[in-house]
Design a protein around this ligand. Structure first.
Ligand SMILES: Nc1nc2c(ncn2[C@@H]2O[C@H](COP(=O)(O)OP(=O)(O)OP(=O)(O)O)[C@@H](O)[C@H]2O)c(=O)[nH]1
Length: 366
């Protein structure tokens, strides 16, 4: 099992480039100019007249043989890329992360298996670009946490995607504990070899050591607490709560390392950064909530299971014919005395509470 998992792990880091996937058309250049994607008419914040072929920007793809839904998702990814281009870049790298990153690299020498936790709503945006180089050939288990926050269709899409690559993925719920027993079992199974080797050398067996790593606020500490059935690690609904590495013991044969959320010092992929902000996986001081909410409105308008009808039903504001920014401003006037930050916070918090339904913001690349 171990060999199967480690050997078949592909370059997940590369998947971070998902948001740069292709679309043959380019959005217009003016901010909040009208833009008509294939499925519906919406308006966008930001955008660029052309330049899809420049460095790091989307390349056109062959859309033949793909279903409409796949093309819609791919088109949305390209548009997010353009929407974010004119915004102030989102960067967040508090001091404790730099320190923890250094310590984690040290602790990795002691670790038998790494449990990498990602946010099931954005599995690619919560894949750390340096994780592969840190972990090398170390055994890994991939966990998509917050499974309750995505639809069954999203879950199946991701499960099939990883199955095709021979990667075992555990879907979990750190709040209620689903998936944690399986996770504990798998961690022990994968590390069995450690004690086989120790016995062969005449040494006593020792507990296997699993390091739990991942982006901020994805649910690492909650998963550990659920597994232990005790609140041993601090968990709260904001990123950056865990600030130190901490070993905890599970029974007699497993030790778990809780670690602070790791995020790259410089986030190159701003489409990923905006999704981290939407999902509350990055410090709120790093972004302008009105900009982020505007992009969320534009994204939701394009996601078939939400669309402009759901936005209208919730806020009684026409999304059609207005850009995300205008939508936020209208909501601000309607409910918050013109305060766009309060309006933005309402939209973001409604999304995070599932008021538009439980939906992932990413689908697997083809
Ligand atoms: N709905 C839902 N909420 C979850 C889930 N897992 C964790 N949470 C909540 O998400 C918030 C963050 O969880 P933490 O366990 O603190 O996340 P973390 O990854 O340790 O965060 P950092 O300290 O930033 O590294 C908490 O409010 C949890 O209750 C889940 O599967 N579903």
């Amino acid at each position: 099992m171990a060999a199967q998992l480690t050997g078949l792990w592909p370059n997940i880091t590369g998947l971070n480039g998902h948001s740069l996937h292709a679309r043959n058309s380019s959005p217009p250049s003016t901010i909040c100019a009208a833009y008509s994607p294939s499925s519906s008419t919406i308006q966008i914040v930001g955008g660029k007249a052309s330049g899809l072929q420049t460095n790091g920007s989307p390349k056109p793809s062959n859309t033949l043989g793909r279903n409409q839904e796949e093309n819609d998702w791919e088109g949305l990814e390209t548009d997010i890329y353009h929407w974010t281009k004119t915004l102030r870049p989102i960067q967040w790298f508090p001091g404790h992360i730099a320190k923890a990153e250094k310590e984690l690299k040290e602790q990795l020498k002691l670790i038998d298996v790494v449990i990498e936790v990602r946010d099931a709503r954005i599995p690619m945006s919560t894949s750390h670009p340096q994780m592969d180089s840190w972990l090398g050939t170390r055994k890994r288990i991939l966990v998509l946490n917050r499974e309750d926050m995505i639809s069954t269709t999203d879950r199946n899409a991701w499960a099939n995607y990883y199955a095709r690559q021979g990667i075992k993925v555990i879907f979990s719920n750190g709040q209620l504990g689903m998936g944690t027993m399986k996770l504990g079992r798998l961690a022990k199974e994968l590390s069995n070899g450690v004690n086989v080797k120790r016995r062969a050398k005449g040494l006593l067996p020792r507990p296997v050591r699993a390091g739990v790593v991942g982006y901020p606020n994805v649910g690492k500490s909650s998963l550990i607490n659920r597994l232990l059935k005790r609140r041993m690690c601090s968990a709260a609904s904001r990123p950056g709560v865990t600030r130190e590495l901490k070993w905890v013991r599970f029974g007699t044969d497993l030790e778990l390392l809780d670690s602070p959320g790791m995020i790259p010092m410089r986030i190159g992929d701003q489409s990923a950064a905006i999704k981290l902000a939407i999902c509350d996986d990055i410090g709120e001081r790093s972004y302008d909530s009105a900009d982020v909410a505007a992009i969320l409105v534009q994204m939701l308008s394009r996601i078939p299971t939400v669309g402009i009808t759901a936005l209208h039903n919730r806020y009684k504001i026409e999304a059609d014919g207005s850009c995300g920014k205008i939508f936020v401003q209208k909501l601000a006037r309607q409910l918050f005395n013109g305060d766009t930050h309060q309006a933005a916070f309402r939209i973001l918090s409604d999304f995070r509470k599932g008021k538009f339904g439980w939906i992932a913001l990413e689908r697997p690349p083809k």
